[in-house]
Design a binder for this molecule. Structure first.
Ligand code: JD8
Length: 241
């Protein structure tokens, strides 16, 4: 899979080489490229040089802050987006990013992330590439406000790339994770069996795999009911996670 990230803070993604993603890059499972958006701001739309490499301007209709310029993003994506590529625009106004979307995007040949800053990106950028036939997804990491799209893009990249076949050493562990089956995962324990007066549940020491499996299932349902009743409702209504 090819991943492209466009941002005015490319150094933010320097850690992409750390962790498993680094190994996946070596194993050519992931071909990741980070681009500095300002490279496409050196020349203004009228062809004259812009020494300030301006990427933002004041919002039409007034209001606080600045908006990122469509013409700069357009020149950048014209160079970076490949046929069939998916354009992901992290945004607090986006649809929720989920495990199901991560699994879906893990099948893509290219995913390009538009990391906005300021008040966001001129809305015509998503509109233009949608109209040009690209799959454009405005996705939110969660119901809280960040200062830009970089943190969200990073989280989405990790959630997506770890689902690429061959990425995670033991694919089995993926199956048992939270959200894999619409339920939160069961609690896990390891040695010592007793710690500060807290003992590991006896069933886990029983060696009785049937009982262990049903206990773990019950724990998943109980936790989900307590912490994420919305997931249980979705599950009962057959909504993909
Ligand atoms: C992209 C600019 C900052 C947002 C004025 C603060 C995602 N779950 C999420 N929360 N916030 C974001 C996000 C925030 C962004 C950008 C994503 C680009 N900002 C803006 C609007 C209010 N500032 C996000 N995914």
């Amino acid at each position: 899979m090819r991943i492209d990230v466009l941002t005015i803070f490319p150094e933010f993604f320097s850690v992409l080489d750390v962790s498993l993603l680094g190994k996946a890059r070596q194993a050519e499972l992931v071909d990741a490229h980070v681009h500095d958006l300002r490279e496409w701001a050196a020349i203004k739309a009228d062809g004259t040089p812009d020494v300030h490499r301006t990427v933002d301007d004041s919002p039409f209709g007034g209001g606080a802050g600045m908006v990122m310029k469509a013409d700069v993003w357009g020149r950048a994506f014209d160079d970076v987006l490949q046929p069939g590529g998916v354009l992901v625009v992290p945004s607090p106004a986006g649809v929720p990013f989920t495990q199901a979307l991560a699994a879906d995007l893990a099948q893509a040949d290219q995913v390009a992330f538009a990391c906005g800053r300021y008040e966001g990106i001129d809305a015509r950028v998503a509109e233009h590439y949608q109209a040009a036939g690209f799959r454009v997804l405005e996705l939110s990491l969660g119901d809280y406000v960040l200062n830009g799209g970089e943190v969200a893009a990073f989280a989405m990249i990790e959630a997506i790339t770890r689902l690429i076949p061959g990425f995670m050493g033991n694919a089995e562990s993926i199956v048992e994770e939270s959200h894999a089956d619409g339920l939160l995962e069961y609690p896990s324990y390891t040695r010592p069996a007793s710690w500060r007066g807290l003992d590991v549940p006896d069933v886990l020491l029983s060696g009785h795999h049937g009982k262990i499996e049903s206990w773990r299932r019950e724990q998943q349902v109980q936790r989900t009911r307590e912490r994420r009743p919305d997931l249980l409702a979705d599950r009962d209504n057959g909504v993909a996670q």
